[in-house]
Design a protein around this ligand. Structure first.
Ligand code: PLP
Length: 371
């Protein structure tokens, strides 16, 4: 006897029934297989085009010798390094298998089905996933100029609200919030509401008024800052991220954490990557230059874009962008369609190496001129 997907889906919780799986960027190998092209480039997943720090790579290799052992379940060495870097106590840190793990812990540890979770329209796809996975109600607040409308988000808070997700900068739009407006929002939250500020692109942001909310966690016991090694640190494949919060919140998050959620190779690589500030600086410089390259091309081609503080940028084709996406694929360039973020006319482009950006621009120019 076999069961259909529909049969099994009926057994899932109502929240899970309403979920669609996360759509990742198309892998290079898949494109080359399906389209018969070679030398394809991927500007689709906001990865660091420079790759990992050589020091992280050496540490990862050295750690391989001990992979018959369980990792340090408390991540002592990495937590100590993070505590030193941020000037906080190790008790404030929760390590995650990617920062997505932290976002999920928050939902699992704090949110009941009768609770509401608030986040913005066009915000990161993981927020609805972790919310619906615990059968809670997702309260999606319409965006303002593609960014978070903090006043509307604040107005949506009620007795059932337990968690608010804020991406700063936001993925996929690249919009960002200033220190004063964000701190006013956090300060206005009642004690029964946790605020998760997702700073996955923190290292890339160069705007003067952009906040470092880790410095606020001592003042706001309901604030959690999420950071990752997946973006500027170039370790997306190893899956390491962390939350910084009051020790009380970290204590709760660590209760739902699997004992060995971050593997030993990842712990070693992340610790080494943290020390290699020169590599991060190179990544930021590469991003600044590449962003300039892309913006210049969009301007020349008369394409509107959303100014971005991250390592990616959304360009507006003023018509469904699926055909543009396909045309780019045929030229061996993978970017990210974001119709599932409610942005069917945009494509999100990750800033690559100068040569990758040039190839994307060339392909784009050909398509735009031909249409
Ligand atoms: C990429 C990204 C993350 C990072 O996820 P990891 O699980 O750490 O790889 C988190 N939040 C946002 C908004 C992102 O774009």
């Amino acid at each position: 006897m076999t069961a259909t997907v529909a049969d099994i889906l009926r057994l899932a919780t109502p929240g899970v029934q309403g979920l669609s799986p996360y759509q990742p960027g198309k892998p290079i190998e898949e494109l080359e297989r399906e389209y018969g092209v070679t030398g394809a480039i991927k500007l689709a997943s906001n990865e660091n085009p420079l790759g990992p720090s050589p020091r992280a790579l050496a540490a990862a290799r050295a750690a391989l010798a001990d992979i018959h052992r369980y990792p340090d379940g408390n991540g002592f060495v990495l937590k100590s390094a993070l505590a030193r870097k941020h000037g906080i106590a190790p008790e404030c840190i929760t390590l995650g298998n990617g920062s997505n793990d932290i976002l999920e812990f928050l939902a699992r540890a704090f949110v009941l089905p009768e609770n509401e979770v608030i986040f913005s329209e066009h915000a990161f796809a993981v927020y609805p996933i972790v919310t619906r996975a615990v059968d809670a109600k997702a309260v999606v607040i319409p965006a303002k100029n593609w960014g978070h409308d903090l006043a509307a988000m604040r107005a949506a808070v009620n007795a059932r609200t337990r968690l608010v997700f804020i991406a700063n900068p936001n993925n996929p739009t690249g919009t960002w919030l200033k220190a004063d407006e964000l701190e006013a929002f956090i300060g206005a939250m009642p004690a029964h509401v946790l605020v998760a500020v997702d700073e996955a692109y923190f290292e890339y942001v160069e705007e003067r008024e952009y906040p470092n909310t880790i410095g606020w966690t001592a003042k706001y016991p309901n604030l959690v800052t999420a950071r990752t090694f997946s973006k500027a640190y170039g370790l997306a494949g190893l899956r390491v991220g962390y939350g910084v919060s009051s020790p009380a919140v970290a204590d709760v998050l660590n209760r739902v954490r699997q004992p060995f959620n971050v593997n030993s190779v990842a712990l070693a690589a992340a610790t080494a990557a943290l020390e290699d500030t020169a590599h991060v600086a190179r990544a930021v410089q590469t991003n600044r230059d590449g962003m300039g390259q892309l913006i210049e091309a969009f301007t020349e081609l008369g394409l509107e874009y959303i100014p971005s503080a991250g390592n990616f940028i959304c360009v507006d084709f003023k018509r469904p962008a699926a055909a543009m996406y396909e045309a780019l694929l045929r030229q061996g360039v993978i970017v990210r369609p974001i119709a599932n973020y409610g942005m069917p006319n945009h494509l999100r482009i990750t800033v690559g190496l100068p040569e990758e950006n040039r190839r994307f621009i060339e392909a784009l120019r050909k398509i735009v001129r031909d249409r």
